[in-house]
Design a protein around this ligand. Structure first.
Ligand code: ADP
Ligand code: MG
Length: 280
């Protein structure tokens, strides 16, 4: 398309709070045949409410929450941010020797104790049964100490946005998540999705993206977190969502949505298609 038209398209998206970094992205948005979405924080709400807390003896719920949130205070992961905002930043204890493992969890020293927070397998080798809920597990000094579950609720705009993308001509809509498969299906089955994949590591997400792209090219990837950066890069159009998307994932993205509003993804595709129609 004529560069001037693409610039016009970019100006229209930016008026909608959608930052498109290059003109060729407008063309890719217009041509997109498929879109893949991260679940937590993308199809579901940008902040999760803490639901239940279970502490093993000798710990209590308050101690578990404080130690976990303190260990998580520097993490950009959505579960970490949800924990910190639930407790409030003022009560947190300092964390040292901090280590974060992408898509697994964090470990660090808090009030002289070694804390791990994250996936069950990352936190402990003990034979603990995993919950069928979105959760983080906690260990203290290498002993399993409990778990915290979250309410992972669909964004109100998610069903209509996916329906609109289908109406705009996208053939294949896919959920990709690091969360457990059972949870992925529980949430995804209510949506007009063609594929639902759970239990994924960042590298698995890229592999699935490439295989969907083989038949449905070009592909859009929508994500919110720093752990989504590799898949945003691997897609033809990487879209970073939300307030923290704007910091965590935006460098790897071709499109940054400034508002925490998934419907902007469909708006971006619609504007892309309009722009290309006008230039023909
Ligand atoms: P998603 O694809 O749904 O965004 P991620 O790949 O980011 O999921 O993470 C997968 C799982 O790893 C999370 O559900 C969580 O259990 C765990 N996890 C990753 N990072 C953290 C962290 N900083 N704190 C706690 N748990 C984490
Ligand atoms: Mg995520």
């Amino acid at each position: 398309a004529a560069p001037i038209a693409l610039v016009a398209g970019m100006s229209r998206t930016s008026k909608n709070g959608i930052i498109v970094k290059t003109g060729t992205t407008i063309e890719k948005l217009a041509q997109a045949q498929s879109a893949a979405f991260d679940k937590t924080g993308t199809l579901t709400r940008g902040r999760l409410e803490v639901d239940t807390i279970h502490a093993e003896t000798p710990w209590n719920q308050e101690q578990l929450l404080l130690l976990a949130a303190s260990a998580e205070q520097h993490s950009g992961h959505i579960l970490a941010r949800s924990l910190v905002s639930y407790l409030g930043p003022d009560v947190l204890q300092p964390v040292t020797n901090l280590k974060e493992v992408t898509a697994q969890g964090v470990e660090g020293q808090v009030v002289g104790k070694m804390i791990r927070v994250g996936k069950l397998k990352y936190v402990t080798d003990q034979p603990i049964k995993s919950l069928s809920r979105t959760a983080v597990y906690v260990s203290i000094n290498d002993q399993f100490a409990g778990w915290i579950t979250f309410l992972d609720q669909l964004r109100p705009e998610t069903p209509a946005t996916l329906t609109e993308l289908k109406q705009l001509g996208l053939q294949r809509l896919v959920m990709l998540t690091g969360d457990q498969s059972q949870i992925a299906h529980e949430i995804g089955n209510t949506l007009p999705l063609d594929e639902i994949h759970g239990n994924l590591l960042p590298a698995d997400k890229i592999q699935i993206l490439r295989s969907v792209k083989t038949d449905y090219n070009p592909i859009i990837m929508v994500g919110d977190g720093v752990n989504d950066a590799p898949s945003l890069t691997a897609a033809d159009v990487g879209i970073a969502m939300g307030e923290h998307g704007a910091t965590a994932a935006s460098q790897s993205a071709d499109v940054v949505i400034l508002k925490d509003d998934l419907s902007k993804v469909a708006a971006a595709v619609a504007i892309g298609q309009d722009t290309m129609r006008i230039t023909k």
